[in-house]
Design a binder for this molecule. Structure first.
Ligand code: IPE
Ligand code: IPE
Ligand code: MG
Length: 251
């Protein structure tokens, strides 16, 4: 298993183009409401933004893109909307997977797949297996994902494998069990739709991620909007706990 730098154990090398971008795709419902359309029309339109975002990330050399599609709290939504989102996930993945594979992308899903129907779970597993050897961008969908769930499942699996750690363990023991163990921590976090919160996304992994919030609704998020987020990222000073002076003195 590849090991990645931990922002709290060592100082990561920050590059001009973020290696890993994580996005909360928010605002689909409001996009639809503004047009007097049902909320599901916003979700449908959001798929186009997903496609554009993946393409643009490939073009500019982003290596990992992680999109929050369904949170562990989104089950609280009306039944009809939840089942529409599941159907949409299935149909979009079924339709796009050939192209994803052709484009050399590695597809992954993080989250608790247990409550998903067998057909969707099988499609996800097949897509992951089929694209596992690809060497292009790693495209992750977070579905039925919660940051707290992730930390808890990691602790449970770690202690199952290593009962002797019950008396004490550290970050290096736990992090290989987190669901994003195959990716570096996100450099840039983007949330569309105007809300400024994490909503139980990658709680552990966002420790030193640069946060960017935009009022743009997800269905309107295009390559120009992504470039703006990256420009904001490039203007940040990533100190990882150090002072500005120390950074300037580092070759
Ligand atoms: C994000 O858009 C999509 C999901 C959470 C599945 P929303 O559906 O949350 O849209 P708003 O926030 O109601 O506008
Ligand atoms: C966060 O959006 C989850 C996803 C985009 C999948 P929500 O719309 O569910 O978040 P809250 O409820 O406004 O925090
Ligand atoms: Mg929302």
């Amino acid at each position: 298993m590849a090991q990645f730098q931990s922002s709290t154990c060592e100082i990561p090398n920050a590059k001009a183009i973020p290696s890993h971008i994580a996005i909360i795709m928010d605002g689909n419902g409001r996009w639809a409401k503004q047009r007097m359309l049902p909320r599901i029309a916003g979700h449908q339109r959001g798929v186009k933004s997903v496609r554009n975002t993946v393409r643009h990330c490939v073009e500019i050399g982003v290596e990992y893109l992680t999109l929050f599609a369904f949170s562990s709290e989104n089950w609280r939504r009306p039944k009809d909307e939840v089942s529409f989102l599941m159907t949409l996930f299935y149909s979009a993945l079924d339709r796009e997977i050939d192209q994803i594979h052709k484009d050399n992308l590695r597809f992954r899903v993080i989250g608790d797949l247990a409550p998903f129907n067998a057909k969707l779970a099988t499609l996800i597993k097949e897509a992951e297996l089929r694209t596992a050897g690809n060497t292009g961008l790693t495209f992750t969908i977070a579905a039925n994902y919660g940051g707290r769930w992730d930390i808890l499942q990691a602790a449970k699996r770690m202690l199952n494998d290593h009962p002797e750690l019950a008396g004490g363990f550290d970050e290096c023991h736990l992090s290989p069990y987190l669901s994003m163990n195959y990716a570096p921590e996100p450099d840039l976090f983007i949330r569309t739709g105007g809300e400024q919160r994490i909503s139980n996304f990658l709680l552990w992994q966002l420790a030193y991620t640069e946060l960017y919030f935009t009022d743009t609704l997800w269905p309107d998020f295009d390559s120009t909007a992504l470039d703006l987020a990256i420009a904001s990222y490039q203007a940040r000073e990533r100190r990882f706990g150090r002072t500005s002076e120390q950074l300037l003195a580092t070759p």
